[in-house]
Design a protein around this ligand. Structure first.
Ligand SMILES: Nc1ncnc2c1ncn2[C@@H]1O[C@H](COP(=O)(O)OP(=O)(O)OP(=O)(O)O)[C@@H](O)[C@H]1O
Length: 286
């Protein structure tokens, strides 16, 4: 898996049958607003109470500029249990972000029309992208985390309770009144995650959040996600990364190559798999 190394550069309790994803899906979507394309929400019951994300035999092809159909995802299947953090690893261009977006926003955007397969994702779901400056939309941390709560018809006391609880989960309680523009990139990512948690999201889809962060911020964000999935809400997270050193924070991981999931398992199995493949820079801290 050459190239898989340090990088360049949001449940319904009831179960329902697996739903086939299509561009005409009736799933409801909402954006947290300007800049938080990252905060689209989807209510899409999972196949079982213990499974937050289930993808079966998912394929996706895109039509290139020359009209040629290019296969990007090939028969991908994965499951992420509720209350766990799983990572999606793979070399540049292998399809990680595409797989994450089939779960989430791109059906709405009309960009992704899965060729075949099924996706079932617990809701509400939140999607957070890598650019920290696109994650926060309000002047203060408190206002930003409360931003999506207007729809719930909560009392002011309930809003405060949710905001504080969410900020606590991501280790940002003491920043409640702080202007968002004074935050570091990683702190902005943690505020975005707190916004999702305040809205009681069940699934966090996280696309290379640490790409632009320094090491301290990187560790702060991954620990915030780790702590969020450890909470009582049973939140599940799927974290796309190139950074192998983040694997030690995961309950498990999927490795992708050329549009396929080629390996899945707990963190140490994945580490062994990558060692056997002689992926460079294998210091996982195990
Ligand atoms: N709508 C599209 N049309 C054509 N090609 C696409 C489209 N979306 C993605 N691709 C191609 O599919 C491949 C997989 O892209 P994707 O962004 O999912 O990879 P990735 O593993 O996330 O890469 P990276 O780690 O570099 O972000 C790439 O070659 C990309 O150019």
């Amino acid at each position: 898996m050459q190239g898989l190394t340090s990088l360049p550069p949001a449940r319904q309790a009831a179960c329902c049958p697996v739903t086939t994803v299509s561009s005409s899906s009736s799933c409801s979507w909402r954006s947290r607003g300007r800049g938080r394309v990252a905060g689209r929400r989807r209510v899409f019951p999972a196949v079982s109470a213990a499974t937050a994300i289930e993808v079966r035999d998912l394929s996706f092809s895109a039509t290139g500029r020359n009209g040629r159909v290019v296969p990007i995802l090939r028969d991908c299947s994965l499951q992420v249990p509720a209350g766990q953090l799983w990572m999606l690893l793979g070399p540049n261009g292998c399809g990680k972000s595409t797989l994450l977006r089939v779960h989430s926003s791109s059906v709405l955007a009309g960009l992704l029309n899965p060729t075949s397969g099924t996706v079932c994702v617990d809701g509400p779901t939140s999607f957070v992208f890598q650019n920290p400056d696109h994650q926060v939309v309000m002047p203060t941390v408190e206002a930003d985390v409360a931003f999506g709560l207007g729809k719930f018809n909560l009392t002011a006391k309930e809003v405060r309770y949710r905001v504080r609880g969410a900020l606590d989960s991501v280790g940002m309680s003491k920043y409640l009144k702080i202007p968002v523009q004074t935050l570091s990139g990683g702190q902005k990512q943690r505020v975005a995650i707190a916004g999702a948690l305040a809205e009681a999201c069940k699934v966090l889809l996280l696309d290379e959040l640490t790409t632009f962060l320094d090491e301290t911020d990187q560790i702060g964000v991954i620990k915030a996600v780790r702590n969020s999935v450890a909470g009582p809400g049973g939140v599940a997270a799927l974290w796309v990364t190139h950074r192998l050193e983040e694997l030690k924070y995961a309950d498990g991981a999927f490795c992708m190559e050329d549009g396929r999931i080629v390996m899945q398992g707990d963190a140490s199995s994945i580490a062994n798999f990558l060692r056997q493949k002689q992926v460079p820079h294998l210091d996982f801290g195990f």
